[in-house]
Design a protein around this ligand. Structure first.
Ligand code: AR6
Length: 163
């Protein structure tokens, strides 16, 4: 089942929440900052043991003080006008996160709107990519529940329309 929720992703009781990180994986603003604050210093300590993450890929850590036992960190593309491979990279973020799930027995996952904040991706286009990638792949990856977690009603409306 795919659902849309308007809430702070750090509060969700799912097996994994996804972090819209940058390639250093050492924290930042937006949802990345919120996740590091809520997870506590253990998360940053584990991230320091990982050698970053290229755009379009994903890395998994434990969730520390979060209700979610795992955080999957992915690095979305910075919007540069659309002809720098942004759509393929954004799709790859969603698919890379889903592909990590079977090995960790993750059955429920929540995604933020990757690249839709500081990285400036046009929202409706990003939502079309996210919903298409997730709908086609989540069951194959053993997932039972996927939440598109939004910070505001405008974003939630775009997901509901696309789904
Ligand atoms: N829960 C759910 N969604 C949130 C939350 C939250 N707590 N906080 C923000 N959002 P952004 P990006 C929404 O900027 O565009 C960081 O500095 C927000 O409204 O967090 O991928 C990283 O370190 C927006 O819709 O991520 C990178 O440097 C969406 O999450 C860079 O920002 C994503 O916004 C990544 O930029």
């Amino acid at each position: 089942m795919i659902r849309v929720e308007v809430t702070d992703i750090t509060t969700l009781n799912v097996d994994a929440i996804v972090n819209a990180a940058n390639s250093l994986l050492l924290g930042g603003g937006g949802v990345d900052g919120a996740i590091h604050r809520a997870a506590g210093p253990g998360l940053l300590a584990e991230c320091r043991t990982i050698d970053g993450c290229p755009t379009g890929e994903a890395r998994i850590t434990r969730g520390y003080e979060l209700p979610a036992p795992y955080v999957i960190h992915t690095v979305g593309p910075i919007w540069q006008g659309g002809d720098r491979g942004e759509s393929r990279l954004l799709e790859s973020c969603y698919l890379s996160c889903l592909k990590l799930c079977p090995a960790y027995h993750i059955k429920s996952i929540a995604f933020p709107a990757i690249s839709c904040g500081i990285y400036g991706y046009p929202k409706a286009e990003a939502v079309a990519i996210a919903t298409r990638a997730v709908s086609t792949a989540y069951k194959k990856c053993g997932l039972e529940e996927v939440i598109f977690c939004c910070f505001d009603e405008e974003m939630a409306g775009l997901y509901i329309q696309a789904l």
